[in-house]
Design a protein around this ligand. Sequence first.
Ligand code: AKG
Length: 299
Amino acid sequence: MEDLYPSRVYDKPKILERKDPVLYGSPGELKEGPLNKQQLDFYETNGFLLLDNFFSPEEVKEMRKHLDLLWEENRDNDSPEVIREPESNEIRSIFDAHRKNEMFNRLSRDPRVTDIIRQILGSDIYVHQFRINFKPGFKGKEFYWHSDFETWHVEDGMPRMRAISCSILLTDNHSYNGPLMLIPGSHKKYVSCVGETPEDNYKFSLKKQELGVPDNESLTRMVKEGGITTAAAPAGSLLLFECNTMHGSNGNITPLPRSNVFFVFNSVKNKLVEPFSGLKPRPEYIANRTIQTPVLQNS
Ligand code: AKG
């Protein structure tokens, strides 16, 4: 398959044009679904949408209970789905928990969310990835700037930009405890990064990403054009961001934890092919290749 978004192949970084729509469906037509025109326009222009207080306080309480349970259950678990901080044994992320945890599994099929994703992607969808990023007070480390799509394309073989991350804020995300930062409009450009992907890069990159990150000049240009938005919002808010939106977050040196859950939905029309790096695919718990059937909703 032709590589429309080459990265880690040139010796200098390049900024390429996006070749895919942001909103799928007939151009100019209002896509039917939960989002109104203003919200769809905002998403198309900026590459993200923050919906404050999307889930009720009771729902957040229930999710937090499961979050704490997962933290406790995995404290001494050395399975590969549990990613530790680079310089300590603290849990940084847990992948794939929605396959084992009934509550998160139900959440992955919640029609309030999946109807929005279908509306934007104009097709059926499936869960490409699930992760929880814990960013405990004092110890939670940063996530350097990146476009998720760059990695999903190069290392997982996601052919086109037709996927969305949904981040559910499980603690209050303040401007000061390491909330996600996004560059508005960055989803319309693709930064072709420099560097050669080694085998099993994920073993390092999920702790600290150094490959597939934009160079300073490209980043400076993007920020000059779009600025930086901080997704600071109360627990229970939902942040949707396009797979190619440049984002990152700072470490958390405050006492206030910042934990967010991420569901990534991909279009069934955009199933994974062989990784464009030419290397073997990353494991299933990071990039789902086998269960690519449409998300079936709760009855
Ligand atoms: C990632 O997990 O790829 C992120 O960019 C998340 C960053 C964060 O949790 O602040």
